[in-house]
Design a protein around this ligand. Structure first.
Ligand SMILES: [Mg+2]
Length: 120
C-alpha cells in the first residue's frame, strides 16, 4: 500500500467537502479512537473462534474491512496533521521494539521489556 497515495485521496475527499477545517490533530485523534471503538464492537462478546468465523462470512469480512480502513485512514490523517512520516515512524518503531525485545530474552514470553532483564 502506498501511504502517500492514501493520504492524497483522503486530502482530496476532505477538500471536495470543505472538511479540512475540521481535521485538527485533536479531532482526528478522537475520530481514530471512535473508529477503533467501532472495530472493537465487531469483536466484543465473541470468542476468538467466533471472530474468525465472523471474518469468514461476507457480512463480517465487509464490516471488519470497513472499520480497519477507517482506523487506518484516521491514523494517516493524524500523522499528516502533526507532520509525522508514518512509513518512517513505523519502521523506526519496529527497530526500537527489536532492541527492547531481543529474541534470546523474549522468545515465547509475554513479559514487558522492563521485566526481561535486558536493556530497557
Ligand atoms: Mg467506521
Amino acid at each position: 500500500m502506498d501511504i502517500d497515495d492514501v493520504r492524497r485521496r483522503l486530502d482530496e475527499f476532505a477538500a471536495e467537502r470543505d472538511w479540512a477545517q475540521f481535521h485538527t490533530p485533536r479531532n482526528l485523534v478522537l475520530a481514530l479512537v471512535g473508529e477503533v471503538g467501532e472495530l472493537a464492537e465487531l469483536v466484543q462478546w465473541r470468542t476468538d473462534e467466533e471472530v474468525l468465523a465472523y471474518a469468514r462470512t461476507d457480512e463480517g469480512k465487509v464490516a471488519l474491512a470497513d472499520e480497519l480502513a477507517d482506523v487506518f485512514s484516521y491514523l494517516v490523517g493524524v500523522a499528516e496533521a502533526v507532520g509525522i512520516d508514518l512509513d518512517e515512524a513505523v519502521h523506526a518503531k519496529i527497530s526500537k521494539n527489536a532492541q527492547k525485545y531481543p529474541p534470546d530474552l523474549s522468545r515465547g514470553s509475554n513479559a514487558k521489556y522492563t521485566e526481561l532483564g535486558g536493556a530497557g
